[in-house]
Write a protein that binds this ligand. Structure first.
Ligand code: IPM
Ligand code: MN
Length: 368
């Protein structure tokens, strides 16, 4: 298996967590005899500092020429006074658009070892396994008109969707649900917004092609509540762009920390992989960052770009093993007994070790 991966580590904790993720990919390549190559590029604040723009052409070209893009995080308080189109985040939105992936998959899986890390009771988070399918190229993030008129003190953003944009992301949600627990919960605000009425009607139409999958509609406000009350009830959760942004951060609470959440964006020319968390500038360089979101993102690279499902699972199981053994980064250290606080690097090393052991074992079994 050959895979060319563009690594855009970005700002804040981006580089330190991405390093642990690429170490894991290198280990999988070495153990399985695969040819993974890595090319690095600048994005976000570091790119603005180096070249005046958050997404330099060289970075975009490298991304488009690769088989997968692994991104760390973007965002730096240094640029807080800039308008949205000049900020580090603009680089991320531009690369999402250029790569064309419209379905952002954000799994929210509660590891039982972390049940004490969540403020929710263990019986609430037990067995939670939600897959958010967040539409990533439409809605308020990209609709026009968009402006801020400082003379009239008026500003506008536009939530716009076409039927085709809803159909294509809904299909991804139903396809994935048909291989899981066969339930799609579509989130909207159809009691207020026309765009949500289009969304709801279109999703209902797509659902007819998937009779084995149950469809339920939820309004986003009550969904925000249900997801805390009975997260176990949800399988695939389909949302427009902004609702998915908000609800997926909320779902981080179920797993114990936003630092645990990975994501993959599929459907475009090149898949884009990024942990859900941000650049956390306050802890950058301190060794406190949780690399597990990035490492689980690497597992999604193996699953969705390399077709190495068994290795993807091996990485996820290695993470579980390390958590079961009590190793914790600062964000997930709350409440547990017999836990050992470790640095970003140490956590990466532990996962690497557990992964090597499990792949060695698998290969030994195949050899007999
Ligand atoms: C995310 C982030 C981004 C988003 C920002 C950094 C543009 O919050 O990936 O969830 O809003 O999509
Ligand atoms: Mn977000």
């Amino acid at each position: 298996m050959r895979l060319k991966i563009a690594v855009l580590a970005g700002d804040g904790i981006g580089p330190e967590v991405t390093r642990e993720a690429t170490n894991i990919l290198r280990a999988v390549a070495e153990l399985g005899g695969h040819d993974f190559s890595f090319v690095e590029g600048l994005i976000g604040g570091v790119a603005i500092t180096a070249s005046g723009t958050p997404l330099p052409t060289a970075t975009l070209d490298a991304a488009l020429e690769s088989d997968a893009v692994l991104l760390g995080a973007v965002g730096d308080n240094k640029f807080n006074s800039l308008t949205p189109d000049k900020r580090p985040e603009a680089g991320l939105l531009q690369i999402r658009q250029a790569l064309g992936g419209f379905a952002n998959l954000r799994p929210s899986v509660a590891y039982s070892a972390l049940s004490a890390s969540s403020p929710l009771r263990p019986e609430v988070t037990k067995d939670v396994d939600i897959l958010f399918v967040r539409e990533l190229l439409g809605g308020l993030y990209f609709g026009s008109p968009r402006w801020w008129n400082k003379e009239t003190n008026e500003a506008i953003n536009t939530m716009r969707y076409t039927r085709d944009e809803v159909v294509r992301v809904a299909r991804v949600a139903f396809e994935l649900a048909s291989k899981r627990r066969k339930k799609v919960t579509s989130v909207d605000k159809a009691n207020v917004l026309e765009v949500s009425q289009l969304w709801r009607a279109t999703v209902a139409e797509v659902a007819k092609d998937y009779p084995e999958v149950t469809l339920e509609h939820q309004l986003v406000d009550s969904m925000a509540m249900h997801i805390m009350n009975i997260p176990r009830n949800f399988d695939v959760v389909l949302t427009e762009n902004l609702f998915g942004d908000i609800l997926s951060d909320e779902a981080g609470v179920i797993t114990g920390s936003l630092g645990m959440l990975p994501s993959a964006t599929i459907g475009g020319a090149v898949n884009l992989y990024e942990p859900v968390h941000g650049s956390a500038p306050d802890i950058a360089g301190t060794g406190k960052a949780n690399p597990l979101g990035a490492i689980l993102t690497a597992a999604m690279v193996l699953r969705h770009s390399a077709g190495l499902e068994q290795d993807a699972r091996a990485v996820e199981q290695a993470v579980q093993k390390v958590l079961d053994a009590g190793y914790r980064s600062a964000d997930i250290a709350r409440g547990g007994e017999n836990v050992q606080l470790v640095s970003t690097q140490e956590m990466g090393k532990r996962v690497h070790q557990a992964l090597t052991e499990s792949i060695d074992r698998r290969q030994a079994m195949h050899a007999v």
